[in-house]
Write a protein that binds this ligand. Structure first.
Ligand SMILES: [Ca+2]
Ligand SMILES: [Ca+2]
Length: 132
């Protein structure tokens, strides 16, 4: 019973997050005060391959452009997420590249919009990432 209500809450939160993407992209705003529509989801990282397990949402004030430059980056993962990522979905036109170590060092994988498995070499290794 408890599990069921948790799953329902997760589904609702997911729907709310994705619902916020379109309006924020259509009208990017620097206005503070309405965080609910200011952030867009750029990627969702997953603990397991094939988009399974816990999720880590990467969000920003806006999505990614079509240039090859870096749009967003995170030089270290949240501590609970160091060496955990096994797959991801990209959103808001973003691709992701993951790095073995913090500060974008070591081996890397990507950039891809989606990856249902990062491969044996990079599985449970990601410690930083960039969005393109
Ligand atoms: Ca994993
Ligand atoms: Ca690592």
């Amino acid at each position: 019973m408890r599990l069921r209500s948790m799953m329902a809450a997760t589904a609702l939160a997911g729907a709310a997050a994705f619902g916020a993407v379109a309006p924020a992209e259509a009208a990017p705003s620097t206005a503070s005060g309405n965080v609910g529509v200011q952030y867009v989801v750029n990627a969702v990282f997953y603990e397991h391959r094939n988009y399974g397990g816990s999720t880590l949402t990467s969000a920003g004030d806006y999505g990614c452009d079509t240039n090859s430059d870096v749009d967003w980056q995170r030089s270290s993962m949240p501590s609970a997420w160091n060496d955990e990522v096994s797959s991801w979905h990209g959103f808001s036109n973003c691709q992701a590249r993951i790095y073995e170590f913090t500060n974008f060092a070591g081996a890397s994988y990507g950039a891809y919009t989606n990856s249902n498995y990062v491969g044996d070499a990079m599985n449970d290794e990601a410690s930083s990432y960039k969005h393109y």
